[in-house]
Design a protein around this ligand. Structure first.
Ligand SMILES: [Zn+2]
Length: 333
């Protein structure tokens, strides 16, 4: 999905945000669902890719004075170890963001841990009436780490990745600047411990455009059995969510236990990963919850490994069920 080729001189900005949350039960004069978190800190490191290596060029740090959530939510206080008085130090969001954009430059690829930071950044920009188009590709380093660390499909914290590579812990976690630096060091280690060409290939096929919606979902109507439930979402997983054209099969639909997987492609928009989960509601009826998203490297791996399992064992899957799939039966909600 990445149009930009990664060559010497390419820039990456590894960034992290901290945000404060509304106090539960407190009345605000706007709908809190339009601002689920207000940014209070931006941290970032700029890297240049050179000759198979990432070279750290600069570090960015900004404390942001919140405009609406001016008292720390107890959870945020616990995690970030900030005090209410800390929220008065810093710059308004508009100024801090302007500085951050200047720091990024015109051509960098944004890198983060997990995919919540670009969404939160866009939500804040929208809320404060600023231009919310980021205009940069975004790379979630978490699945890339899991892939190269041989822990495919697992979600690990930055701290777990720091431990994995024995990176020295100079700072506490959960400050935006420290977390951006730790994430950057993990990124450096991924390049150091693997073939740069393989890392670049994984990065190129995993970067997304945060300004474009890339995941689509549908919960189907009730049916009396699992097959019927799958039928209810069949139309949704047959056409491209962007253009409505019929999708071609790359890996045809197959089912393991309660999940159906497939890899499709739209001639115009590229490959789509599909996973549909069969569920049961309180009245014992079946329904399906379907997700279609533009496929990343992690998605290819997931669907290919599930297909291998299906070809070997069929619908019941491998007999020795891995720990994280112990509950992978059709369960009641
Ligand atoms: Zn399409």
């Amino acid at each position: 999905m990445l149009s930009k080729k990664i060559v010497d001189g390419c820039e990456f900005v590894v960034f992290d945000l901290e945000w404060n949350q509304p106090i539960p039960g407190k009345a605000y004069d706007f709908d809190c669902s339009t601002l689920t978190g207000e940014i209070i800190e931006i941290g970032a490191c700029r890297y240049v890719y050179e000759n198979g290596d990432l070279v750290l060029k600069d570090v960015f740090s900004a404390d942001v004075v919140p405009a609406v959530y001016t008292r720390l939510h107890y959870h945020v206080r616990k995690v970030t170890q900030k005090k209410n008085s800390d929220l008065k130090k810093g710059q308004p969001f508009e100024q801090a963001y302007k500085r951050f954009r200047e720091f990024c430059g015109p051509d960098a690829i944004l890198v983060g841990w997990g995919n919540s930071d670009p969404a939160m950044l866009k939500m804040n920009l929208k809320f404060f009436g600023m231009d919310h188009k980021l205009g940069m590709q975004f790379l979630d380093l978490q699945p890339i780490f899991s892939f190269f660390a041989g822990q495919k499909g697992k979600q690990r914290s930055v701290e777990a990745a720091v431990d994995f590579y024995n990176i020295e812990k100079k700072d506490i976690f959960h400050s935006a600047t420290a977390d951006a630096q730790y994430t950057g060091e993990v990124f450096e280690e991924i390049f150091r411990h693997n073939k740069p060409s393989e890392v670049i290939s994984a990065i190129s096929s995993s970067s997304v455009d945060p300004d474009v919606k890339n995941e689509f979902s549908l919960v189907g109507s009730e049916a009396k059995d699992a097959e019927g439930a799958l039928k209810m979402v069949e139309g949704f997983v047959s056409v491209c969510p962007l253009c409505g054209k019929k999708l071609e099969d790359e890996i045809s639909r197959f089912r393991i236990r309660k999940s159906q997987y497939a890899l499709f492609s739209c001639i115009e928009h590229g490959e789509l990963f599909s996973r549909t989960r069969i569920k049961k509601n309180k009245s014992g009826m079946f329904y399906a919850s379907a997700v279609l998203r533009f496929a990343t490297q992690t998605d290819y791996y997931l669907v290919a490994s599930k297909k291998e399992e299906f070809d070997k064992y069929g619908i019941t899957g491998a007999p020795a069920v891995p720990a994280e799939e112990k509950n992978d039966e059709i369960d009641n909600l």
